[in-house]
Write a protein that binds this ligand. Structure first.
Ligand code: NAD
Length: 304
């Protein structure tokens, strides 16, 4: 079992660090939030007084931070200064591809092996240790990271070189965002055309319109398997997080000149829904905005 530094113990990182500790690793945990530190300590992690304290003498480092700027800062001010060069560095945050490549380049130049390893699956999967990891880095980096990622997830896939994990993650989530928007539209149109929504589901889930957004995450309450729609769109994957990923995808598309009209339309829809008060709701609640029978007043100052 290894000594591991874990930085970023929020909604996702808290459960992931706990699973490493449960598997017998010695997890030295750091977060700016004292509440997050207390929760991690209660789940078997050792709270560290500073990032440097967490990083001393470790064999592996995991970061699970909000965005690219946090990752770059933590790497430049702590990880690359205080971790042993032999440690495998794993950034599991969802960040922009450009920052992922830059930080990996800086880590490599300083003599470290680093992978980007963003995840698919939400808080429940982080707690249960059933995440899917998409890994970018060398074969050597992937081999060193895999035993740790296996503890926190059920599927670990080597996507390619540095940045490839982030690229796979945002392409997947752009696709998810667009198929959910299209699925919401189809249900609204079906209803307005007088179709019974369960009947439409039964047909479309077995026909060519089928997608994960329909059969595993149906946006209509009472139709299909149990989803956030059945809990008034609470829990699940917040619109704010989907919007973050859509923006990362748009940024990446622009950087390489890719034409992504469906992704662009979907991003605008989630932005409008977030501005109208939907940011905290599951992203499938978009159906309520698409269906004009949903009348929630725009948040003050955010009217579009
Ligand atoms: P979160 O905001 O709950 O947690 C982030 C944690 O990082 C916070 O506890 C914060 O205090 C800590 N932090 C920020 N800056 C820090 C610093 N300099 N040093 C130490 N700690 C610092 O976010 P989350 O939901 O856990 O998401 C983490 C990452 O995972 C994000 O990139 C997110 O996009 C991605 N993700 C989230 C989900 C989800 O469902 N929540 C799913 C997949 C991927």
């Amino acid at each position: 079992m290894a000594r591991v530094a874990f930085i970023g113990l929020g909604n996702m990182g808290g459960g992931m660090a706990a699973n490493l500790a449960k598997a017998g690793h010695e997890v030295h945990a750091f977060d700016l939030s004292s509440d997050a530190m207390e929760r991690a300590a209660a789940k078997g992690c050792t709270p560290a007084a500073s990032p440097a304290d967490a990083l001393a003498g470790v064999e592996a480092v995991v970061t699970m931070l909000p965005a690219g700027r946090h990752v770059a800062e933590v790497y430049r001010t702590a990880v690359l200064l205080s971790a042993p060069k032999s440690a495998i560095l794993m950034d599991c945050s969802t960040i922009d591809v450009a920052t992922a490549k830059t930080v990996a380049g800086e880590a490599g130049a300083a003599g470290f092996t680093m992978v980007d390893a963003p995840v698919s699956g939400g808080i429940a999967a982080a707690d249960a240790g059933t995440l899917t990891f998409m890994v970018g880095g060398t074969d050597e980096g992937f081999a060193a990271a895999q035993p740790f990622l296996d503890v926190m997830g059920k599927t670990v896939i080597h996507a390619g070189d540095a940045g490839a994990g982030q690229a796979a993650k945002i392409c997947n989530n752009m696709l998810l965002g667009a198929t959910m928007a299209a699925t919401c539209e189809a249900f609204v149109l079906a209803q307005k055309l007088g179709l019974d929504l369960q009947t439409f589901y039964d047909i479309s889930s077995k026909a060519s319109g089928q997608s994960w957004s329909m059969t595993s995450y149906c946006p209509v309450p009472g139709v299909g398997p149990e989803t956030p729609a059945d809990r008034d769109y609470e829990g699940g994957f917040a619109t704010a997080l989907m919007l973050k990923d859509m923006k990362l995808a748009m940024e990446a598309a622009q950087s390489v000149g890719a034409y992504v009209p469906m992704g662009g339309e979907a991003e605008e829809l989630y932005q409008r829904f977030a501005d109208r008060g939907g940011a905290g709701k599951d992203f499938s609640a978009l159906i309520k905005m698409i269906d004009d029978s949903w009348q929630v007043p725009p948040a003050p100052g955010n009217a579009k």
